[in-house]
Ligand binder design. Structure first.
Ligand code: NCD
Length: 300
């Protein structure tokens, strides 16, 4: 694999291989070791779990890690990032996990280098978050292996969510039968989703659901006309004991984090028996190990 930029650049076979390797790593099958590989985490937006998850994954494979936290810096222009990557590459760093608020920036960086530099998209703007989609799919598959037959529902600000975008692509690629996006009208995507269906009714969406993924209300991404009253949002769209009863009794509750407890999800649901939220976090390390291995192995 040359880069890991977005789900749409991967084949069904690529995904199956990555998921299989992630499961091998989870079951402690012998680990490859890449002492000559270095990963730079270039995070131009705040992140806790994704950055640390890439770091843990790398260290589990003997990959060295350099962390650069630019969230507070004004150096967010594409041109300068290319120079940063060029400089770090000259020092011998090959892998770059990039998080940035600009859609498409990791791809621009990847395209700027002919060889040697391998870019991982760790979340770009409202566009894509492919490693999150992979860990979400891993979590679903392990609990409900016949995932093609499932009803998978995403609730929240699907208009601005890179998590929802990447998961939509992944569910399409993997042939998930019933995929539903639930959002208030002002957060509906500007064009119809290319896969699955869209509704503004949480009750309709949750009916018979096997998996529900709720999204953080991303206040930082909302324009003035898109802001909703949070109390009304909670009443209409939150995962609560009451709304969860509309889904199947064994529905998996998932959230990419960070959570706004009491807004998109109540604590008794987040910490309740249907919750897979910490399992997602755990699986994130294995999914990212599979991605790092695919980029580090010699055949590629
Ligand atoms: C998400 C992100 O940053 O896109 N979080 C994550 O990576 N686990 C979702 C969010 O910020 O709400």
């Amino acid at each position: 694999m040359k880069h890991f930029l977005e789900i749409s650049q991967l084949s069904h076979a690529d995904i199956v291989r990555l998921l299989k390797r992630a499961m091998d790593f989870k079951s402690q099958i012998s680990l490859p070791h890449y002492p000559n590989v270095t990963l730079a985490n270039l995070f131009y937006e705040p992140s806790t779990r994704t950055r640390i998850s890439f770091e843990m994954a790398a260290k589990n494979l003997g990959i060295r890690v350099i962390n650069m936290d630019f969230a507070q810096s004004s150096e967010t222009k594409g041109e300068k990032i290319e120079d940063t990557v060029r400089t770090l590459h000259a020092m011998g760093i090959q892998l770059f996990a990039i998080r940035h608020s600009q859609n498409g920036l990791p791809k621009t960086i990847a395209n700027a280098f002919r060889s040697g530099v391998k870019v991982i998209n760790a979340g770009d703007g409202t566009h894509a978050h492919p490693s999150q989609a992979l860990l979400d799919m891993l979590t679903i598959m392990q609990a409900k292996p016949h995932f093609e037959r499932l009803k998978i529902v995403i609730v929240g600000d699907v208009l601005h969510s890179r998590v929802a975008n990447s998961l939509q692509h992944l569910c399409a690629l993997m042939g998930v039968k019933d995929f539903v996006l639930v959002a208030p009208d002002i957060w509906h995507p500007r064009t119809a989703p290319f896969y699955g269906s869209l509704t503004n009714s949480l009750q309709e969406g949750l009916q018979n659901a096997d998996v529900v993924i709720t999204l953080r209300v991303q206040k930082e991404r909302l324009e003035a006309s898109e802001v909703l009253d949070l109390e009304t949002y909670h009443e209409t769209y939150a995962l609560t004991q009451t709304s969860l009863a509309w889904a199947k009794s064994d529905v998996m509750v998932m959230h990419p984090g960070p959570m706004n407890r009491g807004i998109e999800i109540d604590s008794d649901v987040a910490d309740g028996p249907n919750s897979y939220i910490l399992e997602q976090v755990k699986n994130g390390v294995y999914a990212r190990m599979a991605i790092l291995e695919a980029l580090s192995s010699h055949e590629n």
